[in-house]
Each structure stands twice: as C-alpha cells, then as structure tokens.
Design a protein around this ligand. Sequence first.
Ligand code: COA
Ligand code: AMP
Length: 639
Amino acid sequence: MTQPTYESVYRASVDDPEKFWLDAAAAVDWVTPPTRALDDSTAPIYRWFPDGELNTCVNAVDRHVAAGHGERTALIYDSAVLGIQEHISYAELQERVARFAGALAVQGVGKGDRVLLYMPMIAESVIAMLACARLGAVHSVVFGGFAPRELASRIDDSRPVAVVTASGGVEPKRRIEYLPAIEEALRSSEHAPSAVLVHERDGFETTVADARERAQGQGGPAWLSWAEAQDGVAPAEPVTVAATDPLYILYTSGTTGKPKGVVRDNGGHAVALSWSMANIYDVGAGDVMWTASDVGWVVGHSYIVYAPLLAGATTVVYEGKPVGTPDAGAFWQRVEEHGVKVLFTAPTALRAIRKADPEGDFVKQHDISSLQALFVAGERLDPETYHWAAKVLGVPVVDHWWQTETGWAICANPFGIEKLPIVAGSPTVPVPGFYVEILDPIGEPLGPGEEGNIAVRLPLPPGTLSTLWGNDERFVSSYLSAFPGYYATGDSGYIDENGYVFVMGRTDDVINVSGHRLSTGQMEQIVATHPDVAECAVIGVNDPLKGQRPSGYVVLKTGAQITQEQLREDLVSLVRSQIGPVADFKDVAVVEALPKTRSGKILRKTMRQMADGEQYTVPSTIEDHSVLEALHAVLAPKR
Ligand code: COA
Ligand code: AMP
C-alpha cells in the first residue's frame, strides 16, 4: 500500500468530511458508535457525531488498562521548582481518577454540572480534569496567574457546583497562595459553589482549616482537603455522555472585558485529538510527549492532558520555567531523562533559552537523541528564533498555528502523514478538515500573497468550539457573522503560491504576551477607572523576549496633580490586582491627546505601527494631525 500524501488526505477531508471523520472516529471507544458524522440542522452551529455516546475519561485512561497496558507510564510529574518527580502508571491513574471522581460525586457533582479548577502544574490537576470527564461533568480550568476578579467572573458565568484547587503554585521567586484568592473571588461572585476541595501542599501559609474557620457561619461552601473528601468514598464508575455533551469550558480573552467561555464537546474532541496525535505529531502508544505549557491554557488541555492520554502515550507535567529553574538546560535535561520524542512549547520560551544560552552549550551537555521534533505554537515563530532552534537542536522545528477556539492546529506540518519542507515564518499548510481562505474586508477571496482576514469555511472540523457557554448569539456574532459561511479567526495573513500559510497578527484587540492571550480592551477598561485618567489606549508593542507587551498611553484629567511615576505604580497594581500578574502590564506613558478619527475611534493600529517603527498610513478620517505628530516623539523611541 502506498503511503498517503498530505495532498490526498487533505482532499479526502474536504471532499467527503462525513466519511473522513466517521473513519477517524474508529480510533475512539464508543458506548454507542456514531452512525453519522455531521449534524448541520442548526447551521451555522454544527454538531459532530450527533448519535454517538462515549466517556472521554474511559478513552484516555480505562481502555489502556483494559487492553493490558496498566503498567505503562501515563504521566510524569516533574517539578523543577521543588526538585521532585513522580511516575504514574495508567493503572494508578485510573485508580486515582476514579477515587477523586467519587469524592466529587459525594459533593453533588453529576453529569452536566460544572466544576471550576484553579490549579498549578501538578499531577492532581490532570486527575481532577479526568475525574470531571469521568462523571460527565464540565470542567473549567482557570490559569493560576489570574487574579480573584477573573476567577469570580468565571464562577458567575459557569456557575460551578464545586471548586477544585491546591494550596498554591510555586513561581521561581515566590509562592502564590491560592486559597485567599479563592476566598476573595467567592466574596465577590454572586454564584456560590457548594464545596471547595483543596489539594494541600507543604510550604503554604493558608490551610484548609484556616479557610474553613473563616467561612464558618457565613453560609458559604464546605472547605475540604482532598484527603478528607476522598475518605471512605467509593470510586466512581464512568458516566456515558452524548458525543455532543460538553467536556469543558475554557475562558479566553476577547475584545471586551468579558471573557469568552469556549465550549468543547466530548466526541468531536476525542476524535480530533486522537487523529492529530497520529497525523500531526506522529506520537503513539508508549511514546513520550512533553508539552511545556500550563493546564490553564488550551495547549495544556489538549496536549498535556487529553491527546497524549487518548493515544496511550506518556505525558510530562512540568512545574518550572524554561530558564532559571535552575538554568537554560532544563528542557534538554528532561528530554534526555524522560526520553521525550516530541517537545511542544511556545516561541517565547525558546527566546528566553536563547538569550541565556546563545550558543546552545546546554544542549551539548545532554543526549537528546530521543527527540524527533520540536513543535511550537501560541504566537508566531519568528524566523530568527526558528533558525537558532533548528541549528542548536538538529531536529525539525515545527511552527503550528491554532487558537483556544479551535482546540487543535488549523495549520501545521503534518509529520505523521508527510514531512513537508519547513519554511521559516510559516506554520506550513492547512490541517485536513480546515478549509482556510484569505478574505478581504467584504468577504471576497484574495489571491496568493495577498494579506487579509484568515477565515475557515464552515463547518469547522470536530474538536473545535461548539459554542460559547450559554451564549449561542455571542458565538455567532463573534465568529460567524463577519463572513457568512466562514469562521473568522481574528488573525490576518496570507497564503503563498505554494499553499503555505503565513499568520501575521491579530485584527482585533487581542495580544499575545509570552504566549499568553490577553485583551488590551480589558486593560483599557481597568486603566480608565483610575480617578486621574481622562482617557487611555493600551496597545501591544513588539517585545524581543515576550513577543508582545502591553503598553498604556494615558491622557490625564485637567488639573490632575499625579506624578508619572505614581501613576505608573497605581496602574500597574490596578491591572495586576484585577487581571493578575500574567497581564504583565508595566509600560505607562502620559500623552497630551490620543489620535482619533472624526467619529472618535482611537487609531490604535497606527499607534502600534508607530511604536514598532513600522510604516504607517494616516487614515483620511483623522481628526487632528498634530496629535499624531506629538505622539511620534513618545512612541517612536520605545523600540
Ligand atoms: N501563577 C501565578 N503567577 C504566574 C504564573 C502562574 N501560573 N505564571 C506566571 N506568573 C506570573 C509570574 O510570576 C510573573 O510575575 P511577576 O511580574 O511578579 O514577576 C508574571 O506572571 C509574568 O510571568 P511570565 O509571563 O512567566 O514572565 P517571566 O518574565 O516571569 O518569564 C518566560 C518569561 C519567557 C520565561 C515565561 O513567560 C515563559 O516560560 N513563557 C512560556 C509560556 C508558555 O509556555 N506559554 C504557552 C502558552 S501555549
Ligand atoms: P490562544 O487562544 O491563546 O491559543 O491564542 C491564539 C492566538 O495566538 C491566535 O489567534 C494567533 O494570533 C496566535 N498564535 C497562536 N499560534 C500561532 C502561530 N503558530 N503563529 C502565529 N500566531 C499564533
């Protein structure tokens, strides 16, 4: 039999998606196998495998044990910050997940109920996610770098029955206490979960007992340690769910302050991720895949937790940083030690390593011969970083482009099908299932090399978002209305004459700081609450390490006496306390006025181009040219 080519697989996926995805569905264990792939009866909202039933946890864990692979390592927890490691077999994972699922069930969590997770990078995070999946409950993981206010807004939107957390997270320079953050979030949220389950870790100040004592008589949730919650509890059996039932909600930044609750289903997700492991990453049972991200991001959901386990591979849960824990050799040491076949990280991590180790001396100290490819995503892999990494590692470095919404890659080099030539600056070609086109502002297709809005023709393949939590209208208006018949990605770019896609940046107020997706619109809303601020603009400017960083430009109210330094301090702490340290908001400049169109729209794009030293065209609708000239002096030196 001849090996299929990318071209032939891609063609099959767009010519007959029904057959293509039903065939792919055979990789999953179903309770009721689907007889159909696509349900288009409620288009433009589509559903995959409408009559299939399954349990995602069974597919990720139990079936490998049942197939006799219980002794195989499912998960390696490796903490660079604490110097500890734990290897967990599939059999042990099954036992621990079932036990924790039993504890959640006792707290009233059942099929369809939400559970909010606020967790650091420890094995228990994976266990808690899988436990929810086992019960048919819907988890919503919140990244540990977000502040209580962000937690509260997610609690109110998803209305969880229980919150699962740990004593805290360990950052290189400090410990982050999670329990006070949860307490604060619960004080400000309207919705009250009935229980908070805490995985207790040594070395944190606030204990479950403290939180319980403070909560006494307040009518709030029951506070329990994991040990207490699991005491005497029967392990939970898996609950069968419809393929179209939600597996998780993951909130992500949009253009407004209100995050979008991306909903992922069970069936399409399991099929798409299983397919991606074989066809994009070329990782299968017994291989080791290490995704150095965080379970709080989509990359972590898909390639730390679900996909490697669905494939029966070994996943690495890494608690540490690319540099400074303790040095720039942290990644290569672990590739050697765990025999990692595929490593997946963000370009910013590579830039941090390169800065600390430009010649790749740390790489030379380790045997990284197990490594077959390095995949990167989260932001564009700039050609300089690509060339550096490819040279020092001597393995293919594969950029691939995706979003929280899509859950897996829209464009990639499909290594499991065919290794296409790598072109620096491009995430290669559309992944089978994604019909990618470049559209002009009125939705007309553009030709090769012409930059425009990157859109994906509907229906999106399985595994992509099924809607926004409780808000079909927002799903349609945010993604499906700009170009009828298409999903608007919010990215701009072009496709060259060889079919390679180039993703150049967002068309909205979303920025990527160290691979973390943030909303400048949300930061503006927060900055505007300062009593001395008349108006402001926050834009993402290029940053040599972090890709982008938020930069705030503020017009003061007439008569405001505040010094620039005091203003900066106030605004930094305001954004930090309301969004969290992850916002990384540190640049503030006071300006006389902001450039606007005659209708009052701030020219953020022009400001960003100025700050990045790019050529910019001044819109004819500008209100006052002298404002732009004055700004040039403030913005241009920021390069
Ligand atoms: N919990 C609490 N706080 C966190 C956190 C977490 N999980 N993660 C980051 N933070 C805090 C940091 O402590 C830091 O706080 P500080 O301002 O008080 O120092 C702030 O958020 C910014 O952190 P970070 O973005 O990590 O920047 P950094 O300068 O500390 O490190 C890098 C720079 C490049 C090493 C780091 O950003 C990194 O490892 N990036 C890779 C990110 C990644 O893998 N993203 C993948 C998404 S696909
Ligand atoms: P997130 O939802 O956090 O994964 O962020 C998604 C956004 O990150 C995308 O819309 C892009 O703007 C950007 N992004 C992610 N991966 C890439 C990539 N490989 N190349 C260019 N941009 C990327």
